[in-house]
Write a protein that binds this ligand. Sequence first.
Ligand code: AMP
Length: 293
Amino acid sequence: MQKLARRWKRAGKSIGFVPTMGYLHAGHLSLVQRARRAVGKSGIVVVSIYVNPTQFGPKEDFSKYPHDLKRDLKLCRAAGVDVVFTPGDKEMYSGMGVPPVRFKFAGGTPAPLTQFSTYIVEEKLSQTMEGASRPTHFRGVTTVVAKLFNLVLPDVAVFGAKDWQQAAIIKRMVADLNFPVRIIVAPTLRERDGLAMSSRNKYLVGNLRRQATALWCAIQMARATVKKSNAFPAAKLKTAVKKLAECEPDAKLDYVEFFEPDTLRPVSKVTRGTHVALAVFVGRTRLIDNTKL
Ligand code: AMP
């Protein structure tokens, strides 16, 4: 991948990059379109598909994360992607086991002991919300994104606003560590009923799919509240969001936070322009969403 990228660079081509974990949907493809717009017709658009083990906690859905590479490749081709990069765990983490049981080697050869021991850790923005609920998540994200940047050598990388905190942390990492890449954050694509598109929506079977609209309903309620009364107490609004989300029998709020969009600093009074983010378990599926109010 790096050899290819260096060749493109020597030929003066711009590289636009969209990192994903696959099982692509229209939200991912909107990032591809944004990348194409950024690099132009003569540029190269690269999509990576890699379910990164180091960003999953031990009790999370790593081993059952949805995948359909054949379908993803078709979608990428139709969307005008030039290269789909699909590394394996062995290449990404020097044949290490994270944990070892996740690595399958041909012929039942035991996984070699890991050599991998370097991580990138953002220490401020990653403390709240997703970082508080999923303690090693962002360490995995920053590390794999840094590795992917070093492999793909992008001029521009596009991330979704759907993962607002992630995008803020990547922007911080790029500024702090002088990665020569421009970060673009593209808007969240939603289903008709407001549910943010996500690969994990596949888990929402039966009436869980309907219950999943609880996130968007809660966001709408927060928006309506702020519209009526500017500077509404965050604590009171949090209680109302929890109550509304948990009206659904299988929905359980993990967190809701009101914060300044750039610094992610929590606010005590919610005003127009304040950002809201929440995570809700719907059945066993953990969904996240956020928006500017
Ligand atoms: P994932 O495959 O879930 O890791 O997501 C890969 C990229 O797509 C991330 O930058 C996400 O923020 C972005 N993304 C995921 N869902 C959406 C969506 N509904 N709209 C826009 N971007 C999205």
